[in-house]
Design a protein. Structure first.
Length: 189
């Protein structure tokens, strides 16, 4: 059974229930637990401390307003919070670049391409903690393409323009990088 399928700790279920009932102390507890990881993820995406702080606050406002959306059957609370943080950061990055929303390489798509592991929970997956040591073993051009897609939310076309490379080359780098990453992931299990 993968880490994403483990039962939700009762205190997390209680915490989110309290937040959905507008308990500010519960939100404060959640903030204390996860704000460091949310900020770290936002900083990784945005590379700007002020914007990362704003995204952290925005993420917890979304939790406050959308607590009812979390489903314990679909994953841990920390995974849901970090997913909100990632999409909030990417949306903010797009606003800063003044571009229309695009379709970046999705977290779930990356997870499916690599595979699940019982040794890594969804939160460390989303924040990149589990991937970083494996990604570091890839060739630099593959690392760059995957990071631009995963952490910066860029499409293949945007990456090709940004790097001045043909679109087919970028697609190949990402595909080959993900294949290699999957092999490294399986070996690491």
């Amino acid at each position: 059974m993968g880490a994403m399928n483990q039962p939700t700790p009762p205190d997390e279920a209680d915490l989110i229930l309290r937040i959905s009932k507008r308990d500010q102390y519960a939100l404060s507890d959640l903030y204390d637990r996860y704000s460091g990881r949310v900020y770290g993820l936002a900083l990784r995406v945005l590379e700007d401390t002020t914007l990362a702080e704003e995204v952290t606050q925005d993420t917890f406002l979304k939790v406050w307003d959308q607590a009812w959306r979390w489903d314990a059957e679909r994953g841990k609370l920390s995974t849901w919070v970090l997913t909100l943080a990632r999409y909030t950061a990417i949306d903010r990055l797009r606003r800063e670049r003044r571009q229309a929303p695009l379709n970046p390489l999705d977290v779930d798509e990356l997870a499916n391409l690599i595979g699940e592991s019982s040794t890594v929970d969804g939160a460390s997956w989303l924040s990149g903690e589990a991937l970083r040591p494996l990604i570091a073993q890839l060739p630099r051009d593959q690392i760059e393409a995957i990071e631009l897609a995963y952490f910066k939310g860029m499409t293949h076309s945007e990456i090709a323009n940004y790097l001045g490379q043909p679109l087919g080359t970028i697609k190949s780098r990402i595909r080959l990088g993900l294949i290699a990453l999957r092999a490294l992931w399986v070996r690491a299990e």
